[in-house]
Design a protein around this ligand. Structure first.
Ligand code: PLP
Length: 286
């Protein structure tokens, strides 16, 4: 018997059940899921999972895609079409498909995917009788910002916060009040003494390729640099503040949380570094 899965209103053969490559679940892990146990063809804890689903959707400001009754019909139908007596039914709801941009797209319908599979209850019973093994690992959820992973939900929420506040970028701040990096950029200041500063890469940040190139340019230009973190207050009192990324090169930020940086205009160092970066990029691009 072939498996059947539900994708956005249609039941398809499992092999052909696909979402678009720009689905935000795929691009950003921008979605939520639930798993119900299926007992003798019936859903366990239906209300408990529905309540958590609604909470998760609400937290991410993703619209509830259909009523609980309609969703129950889809879950039941997926179970029925797959002839699952005992097993699980999996639901994933993402923010939907839209051109890739961290901030939330407007007027996009959530994607809804449902799959069901059989699990032999005898296996679980046998293991439960014998008992199962456990191991430990450090909890790194999510302390590995050095990996350029698509698990970008936190970055998405930060970029959205920036957009909602009429800003270009959101700088992320650690528990010490120090800036780590931007939601999709590395962050820099020219401090009150005129010295360039950016957080060191021992810290939990992405090692920006643009950042690395800019370090070379800074050395070539003979500018002074301190690779250590700066606080939000230091950023507000800095002569210049800017961010870097492959998509934006060197981008001056002229305000932070409404506070004007320097004289409120792009400063000479950021302007010079942007020009130098663009010149090198143009020369070296292959
Ligand atoms: N930091 C984060 C979190 C990013 O997502 C990015 C780029 O996407 C950067 C920094 C800058 O990296 P790069 O200069 O390699 O584009």
């Amino acid at each position: 018997m072939s498996r059947v899965s539900y994708v956005n209103g249609t039941y398809r053969s499992h092999a052909q059940a696909v979402v678009h490559i720009e689905d935000r679940g795929f691009q950003f892990a921008d979605g939520v899921y639930e798993v119900w146990g299926v007992f003798d063809g019936r859903l366990a804890d239906f209300d408990g999972h529905m309540t958590r689903l609604h909470r998760s959707l609400n937290e991410l400001q993703i619209a509830i895609p259909m009523t609980s009754a309609a969703l129950k019909r889809v879950l039941d139908e997926t179970i029925r079409r797959n002839r699952v007596r005992n097993g699980i039914v999996y639901l994933q709801v993402t923010r939907g498909t839209a051109p890739r941009d961290h901030a939330f797209p407007k007027d996009v319908a959530p994607s809804v995917v449902v799959t069901a599979k059989t699990i032999d209850p005898a296996k679980g019973e046998a293991l439960a009788t014998k008992g199962a093994a456990g191991v430990t690992q450090p909890d790194i959820r999510w302390g590995r910002c050095d990996i350029k992973t698509v698990g970008l939900l936190a970055n998405v929420l930060a970029k959205q916060a920036a957009r909602e506040r009429g800003a270009y970028e959101c700088l992320l701040v650690d528990e010490m009040g120090l800036v780590t990096e931007g939601s999709s950029t590395n962050a820099w200041i020219v401090d009150a003494d005129g010295k360039l500063r950016t957080r060191d890469t021992q810290a939990n940040i992405l090692r920006g390729v643009t950042r690395t190139k800019l370090l070379q340019i800074i050395a070539e230009e003979g500018l002074e640099l301190d690779e250590r973190p700066f606080s939000v207050d230091e950023a507000k009192q800095a002569r210049e503040l800017f961010v870097t990324a492959a998509s934006t090169f060197v981008m001056p930020l002229v305000s932070l949380d409404g506070t004007k940086i320097g004289d409120g205009k792009p400063g000479p160092v950021a302007t010079r570094l942007r020009a130098a970066y663009l010149e090198q990029a143009d020369r070296d691009a292959i």
